[in-house]
Design a protein around this ligand. Structure first.
Ligand SMILES: [Zn+2]
Length: 105
């Protein structure tokens, strides 16, 4: 289960470093956004959207990391069932401590 080569397409977005892509709903179903630093054009975050166009999965390639030391890239998943206004975004950990889920690509 996952979303490889999103059928809804991939949208490039440019913005400031240290911000998330704020679109978490209303996106093309089964799509992905790639968020780039507008200054350096470095990839900062990829986000996958489900059948309903809601954020379902994030891959962080770079962000401020002052309080923790986890490596990049790492994944977060969206827990929509717990809070539909702004769901929590726990960090993904695979069965062998993987930081990314290769089924999202
Ligand atoms: Zn992160």
């Amino acid at each position: 289960m996952g979303m490889c080569k999103p059928s809804g397409g991939i949208t490039k977005i440019y913005g400031p470093y240290g911000k998330n892509n704020k679109d978490i709903e209303g996106c093309p179903p089964n799509s992905r956004t790639d968020y780039y630093d507008k200054e350096t054009e470095k990839l900062l975050q990829q986000r996958w959207y489900d059948n309903d166009g809601k954020a379902i999965w994030d891959r962080d390639w770079d962000h401020n990391d002052s309080t923790h030391t986890h490596p990049f890239p790492h994944d977060h998943f969206w827990e929509w069932t717990k809070n539909n206004i702004h769901p929590p975004r726990p960090e993904y950990k695979g069965p062998n401590d993987e930081k990314i889920n290769k089924h999202y690509c």
